[in-house]
Design a protein around this ligand. Sequence first.
Ligand SMILES: Nc1ncnc2c1ncn2[C@@H]1O[C@H](COP(=O)(O)OP(=O)(O)OP(=O)(O)O)[C@@H](O)[C@H]1O
Length: 308
Amino acid sequence: MIELRELTKRYGPTLAVDRLSFEVRPGVVTGFLGPNGAGKSTTMRMMLGLHRPTSGQALVGGRRYDQIDHPLHEVGAVLDADAAHPGRTAFVHLACLARSNGIGKARVSAVLEQVGLSSVANKRVGGFSLGMKQRLGIAGALLGDPGVVVLDEPVNGLDAAGIRWIRSTLRSLAAEGRTVLLSSHLMSEMAVTVDRVLIIGKGRLLEDTSVAEMNDRFERDVLVRTPRPADLTAVLTRLGATVTTTEDGDLVAVGVDAPAIGDAAAAAGIPVHGLTPRSATLEDVYLQMTNEAAEYRATPAAAQEEQR
Ligand SMILES: Nc1ncnc2c1ncn2[C@@H]1O[C@H](COP(=O)(O)OP(=O)(O)OP(=O)(O)O)[C@@H](O)[C@H]1O
């Protein structure tokens, strides 16, 4: 479990993290989302004791990172996939990390096996692809068999196979009862990877919800196909709906749900050939939510300047 209590970080005039409070629970994969500059990395660094908060607290398993005796056994992190020395082999890199934390070589072999790198254990990291470096980073995070795993932008730059691998690995870590937190600035990648989302903008919490709740909450409109559009428009308008017509002649109704449309059409004897509730995509919702909180946004004047 990770708990943030009014966590705040100021860099001179920049308020990077602004009184963030939330909990990241075990057993599910949680996405930490926000546009570039929203404060994700700064927050994660404070969780991991790499930055000191200006005020507030970040607790892992109920304690501040600097109060944990054997941190690698409590929390594993991958902040930068490129962190390993390129001249070292995968095995030596992990063995050094393990030794400094009192962990034996058998565990190094076990985590290499777990992330599918056994066959390249004795190859230099400098020749690894980004996907292999991510696997190595995760192997390092898992060395101490920690209950909490934190990853900063783990899918950034990965190909489809790499993303699939990360997704299934994180799911199995969560299924083992671990707390799994990963950051991203891309909702599209997260929507299929995480169960819960924490969305921040300008250092502030905008949303703490499940992906399923977000999907439900943002049902947008209903697409209706009927051979009598004018008659059905009149019926739905009387029900209080706002109805528009698409180029294909279908109706788009806002303000009534699909069952109510079906019932009203049946009562009026109007045939309905199609009834499709449409949700805003999570990407739409995320962009809408974070747009207002985005740090770098063209001012209207700058946008006009760009168009000239
Ligand atoms: N060491 C630092 N000194 C000064 N300002 C900083 C420092 N680190 C981060 N910032 C500022 O704090 C804010 C939050 O940055 P942070 O890197 O945490 O955001 P982020 O959400 O991780 O962004 P990205 O997705 O681009 O990595 C930004 O305005 C950034 O410029």
